[in-house]
Design a protein around this ligand. Structure first.
Ligand code: GLC
Ligand code: CA
Length: 576
């Protein structure tokens, strides 16, 4: 099957200034855990600048930088105090400019995370709201309600926050009396903005221009499906509300049609620039409703998390790839692929679990807990104290490398997460007292949280904090990092790091039009597709060797047998 694209003819030149993002390899940096240059245990922006040669050598096209704004870190920086500044612990605006310049000099674009659904409770607007009376313009920028029951001491509804516990928090009025409640779909330190408020809308346009003027090439839009809310006088109980991924856009706050008016306005701002700024939506919506986020009148691209939630299984992979290519064909956007990010258990660990966690039956988008990962994420393994006998680390890594090599052959953008190029597993050994994720604190015994994929990177095996910092890192690193540190992988041609480097550089050379043709194989465990120019990717999802077609092997995710077969859990790129 060939999946052509109406706009493809002009799209495949990667060098095309406007379309650079369509088939980019984007590397996500979680800045506080990347590299620390001033010895405070927290990664910083000069740390990214210092590692630009590493990024260039890796062969990525762009960096997506998770929030680096001033923040109390109630939610890893997704609680923003000031949208137009840098967290002083991470650097200054001058450091930001130096980092951007260094990336650009190395030919790497920069995408920043923008968090428009909520601010932090330390944002000056929220403080102003607390200091102002009920019904004031300052309160109107957020979502305040009177409580129910006698004295208003019950929350306005029984809605649960994504991180657990009530989605409403009561404030103390300026005169010291217990007062109104505000909505926070995430942690209580993350009050939701009221997007019906014109000032909120205008302020975000200012923020987008502020970063675009500084040379940022694009934006990753956090919780893009959450902004607009329709809250009637009487709020329905949670049980009467449809799931987050409702097909018809009828939810009171997720994925409402009006949200696209906002992105249409943003698109106008993006298009004021040359080249236009790109954007990618994090929108956990029904697949049929993803297209609008990805449209060229809107954000232009949207994540699909289908592969991230799929098992290591040929049929599941094939069907998500086919669906997503058809979808991007219809919108004219390019597809996105992702296995790991700062919200989910690392894919090498997910794929190495010998027992399916019970939660694997729950479709992610309907759990209402997208960032906690939900399905198939190894949460159950972590909660059970991460018993090693339930995890086959080698198998997990072999599968992860096979999956990644397959992904890097697909048309569209590949989103990679820092540390996956080292083959990192989830760090399970974090003592409760050192955990940071609100998902852990708000769900005792239910959710282990996301800290295990946010542990600072191991740069070398000898130095303190594995070369990350001269002091204790903000999250403890496991001892097995000795074996996977970046420097230790340099010399080993078979290392995961060198596989990523080879794959990323070949991908650049081989990349052509966004087309894919499936080649039918007799073995149902094998997925084989071809890209224009005779670039073939063949993956064996099974646990026995599979016959290989004749051709020249360019790169494989693991050793090839040399007997014309493809070993289990291996991908090979060939020209046939
Ligand atoms: C997104 C982020 C996640 C964050 C949440 C609230 O899902 O990826 O890390 O906790 O939004 O901002
Ligand atoms: Ca630092």
């Amino acid at each position: 099957m060939t999946v052509p694209s109406p706009s493809r003819t002009k799209t495949f030149e990667l060098s095309s200034a406007h379309d650079w993002w369509r088939q980019a390899s984007v590397y996500q940096i979680y800045p506080r855990s990347f590299y620390d240059t001033n010895g405070d245990g927290l990664g910083d922006l000069p740390g990214i600048t210092a590692k630009v040669p590493y990024l260039k050598n890796l062969g990525i096209d762009a960096v997506w930088l998770s929030p680096f704004y001033p923040s109390a870190l109630a939610d890893g920086g997704y609680d923003v105090d000031d949208y137009r500044n840098v967290d002083p612990r991470l650097g200054t605006l001058a450091d930001f400019d130096a980092m951007t310049a260094a990336l650009h000099d190395a030919g790497i674009k920069l995408i920043v995370d923008i968090v428009p659904n909520h601010s932090s409770d330390r944002h000056e607007w929220f403080r102003e709201a607390l200091a102002s009376p009920a019904g004031s313009p300052a309160r109107d920028r957020y979502i305040f309600r009177d409580g129910l029951g006698q004295d208003g001491n019950e929350p306005p509804s029984d809605w649960q926050s994504i991180f657990g516990g009530s989605a409403w928090e009561r404030i103390t009025e300026p005169d010291g009396t217990p007062g109104q409640w505000y909505l926070h779909l995430f942690a209580k330190e993350q009050p939701d903005f009221n997007w019906d408020n014109e000032e909120v809308r205008k302020d975000f346009l200012t923020t987008l221009r502020f970063w675009a003027d500084r040379g940022v090439d694009g934006f990753r839009v956090d919780v893009a499906h959450g902004l607009t809310k329709h809250l009637p006088e009487t709020l329905p109980p949670e049980i009467e509300m449809p799931g987050m991924a409702s097909e018809h856009g009828q939810h009171l706050f997720w994925d409402r049609d009006e949200v696209h008016d906002i992105y249409a306005q943003w698109r106008q701002v993006f298009n004021e620039y040359d080249p236009p700024r790109m954007a990618v939506a994090e929108a956990w919506v029904h697949p049929s409703r993803r297209a609008r986020y990805a449209s060229s009148e809107g954000l232009g691209q949207a994540f699909n998390f289908d592969l991230l939630t799929a098992d290591f299984n040929a049929a599941e992979f094939r069907s998500s790839i086919t669906k997503n290519l058809a979808e991007s064909n219809a919108t004219g956007a390019s597809s996105t692929w992702v296995f790991s990010n700062h919200d989910v258990v690392r894919h090498s660990t997910r794929y190495g679990l010998l027992q399916e966690p019970e939660s694997s039956q729950i479709p992610v988008a309907e759990t209402g807990a997208p960032m906690a990962g939900g399905a198939r994420d190894g949460k159950a393994w972590l909660l059970a104290g991460a018993p090693e006998h339930q995890l086959d680390r080698d198998l997990g890594l072999a599968r992860a490398k096979a999956a990644t090599l397959l992904m890097l052959a697909l048309p569209g953008s590949a989103y990679l997460y820092q540390g996956e190029e080292l083959g990192l597993h989830e760090a399970a050994e974090i003592p409760d007292a050192q955990r940071q994720d609100p998902a852990f604190f708000r769900n005792p015994g239910v959710d282990i949280g996301r800290d295990g994929c946010r542990v600072p990177l191991p740069w070398n095996a000898e130095d303190s904090a594995f070369g990350f910092s001269t002091t204790d890192p903000h999250l403890p690193q496991p001892q097995w990092f000795t074996k996977v540190a970046a420097e230790s992988q340099e010399a080993d041609q078979q290392s995961t790091l060198n596989l990523y480097r080879k794959a990323l550089s070949r991908r650049r050379m081989l990349q052509g039009p966004e087309e894919l043709r499936w080649i039918e194989e007799e073995n149902p465990q094998v997925l084989h597709f071809a890209r224009p120019g005779g670039w073939h990717s063949i993956t064996n999802f099974g646990d026995t060797p599979a016959p290989l077609p004749l051709g020249l092997a360019l790169l494989s995710s693991g050793p090839l047998a040399g007997d014309g077969t493809l070993p289990p859990a291996t991908t090979v790129w060939m020209t046939c």
